[in-house]
Write a protein of this length. Structure first.
Length: 374
């Protein structure tokens, strides 16, 4: 890295001006930005964060330094229902405790992820919901976690990935929750969470919302209708999470449609979070600098619109180092690169801010725009 920055500055993101491939990009600083009209408008503080795994918090290394530089921590998967309560009635709090303890030592916010997500629901709970259709299954689960972390977990993803406009029922995914309780389970889940912790911000979170294709378009519309419906009924929904799992094979982020979507959400009085940001590459045969520039460029495209929208309050990447990225699981060759020793960083998918050796990449510089606004 030849930017004349100390390693610590790079790791903790103390950067004011983003640079990509030698190009300067201006960014709002000092809490003001100039809009189209040339007038200055206040820029809200933005928080930057990352998904972490509890085992990453206990070693003194570059990754841990970078995690300390975050303002928000989200458990990557150890916070899911199936990870917390694998056996009914026998919850394991060690992972959430470790993340909360670390966050408290470092003055960070913790976002719980997630209370309801079909993919990480334990089998016993699926069976119980199917047999009894009794909301007490959900209440018990929420009561296991939410009050215990009141004041320590300040944001909860209450329902994760509920939209399915292709095979869903009225655009909502056919899940154990939907089958047991009907589509109104989203409302009930938010109300149940609010009753257990009136101070935590409550979120719903979903993916495929930023590209120009019929599926993303339908999903954006369904998300807007869902938020509109919840808000009209005074359901406690504070934030909408837009998963940023970007895929280069899908083309460019549609800035116009995304900006419009964010504006429509903001008009319904919800905060917006860019969550789970990472980039799945499409051509790993290119030279590394080109690959890294393409990844950073698509992140810039998303951040351009996201940071222009005052309702967007945070940006969270889905991990920090390529070595730990879940995206390696999507291709056998990159998974092999991850597990060989030493790690073959060139063969890994390079969709996170740091490579497998914790060297910062242009994506990290792109993200400094968020930190500059913190
Ligand atoms: C992923 C984790 O990164 C993986 O390690 C885990 O095996 C599966 O879940 N949408 C989400 C995240 O909301 O929780 C998922 O995280 C990625 C897709």
């Amino acid at each position: 890295m030849s930017l004349g920055l100390s390693r610590r500055e790079i790791l903790t993101g103390v950067l004011a001006m983003p640079l990509i491939s030698g190009m300067m990009v201006t960014t709002p600083v000092d809490g003001m930005s100039s809009g189209d009209s040339g007038a200055t408008v206040p820029v809200p503080a933005r928080n930057f964060g990352a998904a972490v795994r509890p085992d990453q918090l206990s070693s003194e290394n570059a990754l841990c330094d970078a995690i300390r530089g975050c303002q928000i921590l989200v458990p990557e998967y150890h916070g899911q229902w199936s990870a917390v309560e694998w056996r009914r009635g026998d919850p394991w709090y060690g992972n959430y405790d470790a993340i909360c303890d670390f966050a408290e030592r470092n003055g960070q916010i913790v976002r719980g992820h997630s209370l309801i997500w079909e993919k990480m629901t334990p089998d016993w709970a699926r069976d119980e919901m199917a047999e009894r259709r009794d909301w007490r299954t959900i209440e018990r689960h929420f009561a296991t976690l939410v009050p215990r972390y009141r004041g320590r977990i300040s944001e909860w993803v209450v329902v994760n990935e509920m939209i399915d406009t292709q095979d869903g029922d009225h655009g909502l995914r056919r899940t154990s929750f939907q089958r047991a309780y009907g589509n109104d389970y989203v409302r009930r889940a938010l109300e149940t969470a609010r009753a257990l912790d009136p101070s935590a911000k409550l979120m719903i979170n979903d993916y495929s919302l930023v590209y120009d294709n019929p599926i993303d378009e339908a999903r954006r519309n369904r998300m807007l209708r869902l938020v509109e419906d919840l808000k009209a009924r005074n359901v406690p929904l504070d934030m909408v999470g837009i998963q940023g799992h970007l895929e280069l094979a899908k083309g460019k982020v549609d800035q116009r449609r995304t900006a419009r979507f964010l504006k429509d959400l903001a008009a319904m009085d919800v905060e917006i979070a860019i969550t789970e940001l990472d980039v799945l590459e499409s051509d790993m045969s290119l030279p590394i600098p080109n690959r890294d520039a393409r990844v950073a460029s698509t992140v810039h495209d998303l951040l351009d619109v996201a940071l222009d929208q005052p309702a967007v309050r945070s940006v969270v990447t889905w991990g920090l180092s390529d070595q730990d990225s879940w995206l390696q699981d999507r291709a056998r060759s990159t998974r092999e690169a991850q597990t060989c020793s030493p790690v073959d960083c060139h063969r890994l998918n390079r969709g996170l801010p740091f490579d497998g050796e914790m060297k910062p990449k242009p994506m990290q510089i792109a993200l400094s725009r968020v930190r500059a606004l913190a």
